[in-house]
Design a protein around this ligand. Structure first.
Ligand code: PGA
Length: 262
């Protein structure tokens, strides 16, 4: 972590907790976040739960006199409105109370065919509408074992970096090695730091201010027992957490670890 950047811990719920259980979990996260004022905490619930969650979290924040947790969409379509059946726009997420959106997650790339170019369009649309962006990058196991990790990751970074210029703290890149997502296989803190440092250097080569301001999250099997070591790395500014964000008993210790290091 770096004292110049606020640590960010985000929970990507994927297709879990779409209703009442999501409200319950979000309220518990909001309470845990109140104990970690130096950490920015975000949850990314399924779409239908968002309008239920936003007011509940605002109410917890009012009672505890703290900043409300952020709520993120998990995807969007890069047009403000129109004939795009099944899609949601940045403006709609914003109106529902989201402040963030996760874009280019490897599951979107893998199952829904999202390309670097399409992800970049989404990043532009999200920032223009006023959302913060967590843009995901990461290599597959095959790419890692064949020594192409940095080629792949930096190609993905190059696609979104120009769009993140001027975004400041609203611009976030999440390094999520695909082989570590949901597998229990976590990158070693050293491997994570190596890739994060390479991403930071790539950004610095384009724009020093961009490299300073952009927060870099690690994602892929982050749990209570490995979070601290990962978050202690110089270029790791937070975590994007999947499985361990689905229960408060697993997520709260990750928020606490960030708070202790902040
Ligand atoms: P995981 O997922 O923590 O379950 O590995 C991370 C993610 O997909 O964002």
């Amino acid at each position: 972590m770096n004292p110049g950047r606020t640590p960010l811990i985000a929970g990507n719920w994927k297709m879990h907790h779409g209703g009442a259980s999501g409200v319950e979990l979000a309220v518990a996260v909001a309470r845990a976040a109140a104990l970690a004022p130096k950490v920015e905490v975000v949850v990314a619930p399924p779409l239908l739960a968002i309008p239920l969650i936003v007011p509940e979290c605002a109410e917890v924040a009012r009672q505890l006199r703290c900043t409300p947790i952020g709520v993120a969409g998990q995807n969007l379509y890069p047009a403000p409105k129109g004939a795009f059946t099944g899609e949601v726009s940045a403006e709609m997420l914003l109106e529902a109370g989201c402040r963030w959106v996760i874009l280019g997650h490897s599951e979107r790339r893998q199952y829904f065919g999202e390309t670097d170019e399409f992800v970049a369009k989404k990043v532009v649309a999200a920032l223009a509408a006023g959302l913060g962006v967590m843009a995901c990058v990461g290599e597959t196991l095959e790419e890692r074992t064949s020594g192409r990790t940095l080629d792949v990751v930096l190609r993905m970074v190059d696609a979104v970096a120009p769009c993140l210029r001027g975004a400041g703290a609203r611009g976030v890149i999440a390094y999520e090695p695909v082989w570590a997502i949901g597998t229990g296989k976590v990158a070693t803190p050293r491997d994570a730091q190596e890739v994060h440092a390479a991403i930071r250097a790539r950004l610095a080569g384009k724009d020093a201010g961009l490299a300073e301001a952009t927060r870099l999250l690690y994602g892929g099997s982050v749990k209570a027992d490995n979070a601290r070591e990962l978050l202690a790395q110089a270029d790791v500014d937070g975590a994007l957490v999947g499985g361990a964000s689905l229960e408060i008993g697993a997520f709260a210790p990750i928020v606490r670890a960030a708070s202790e290091l902040a």
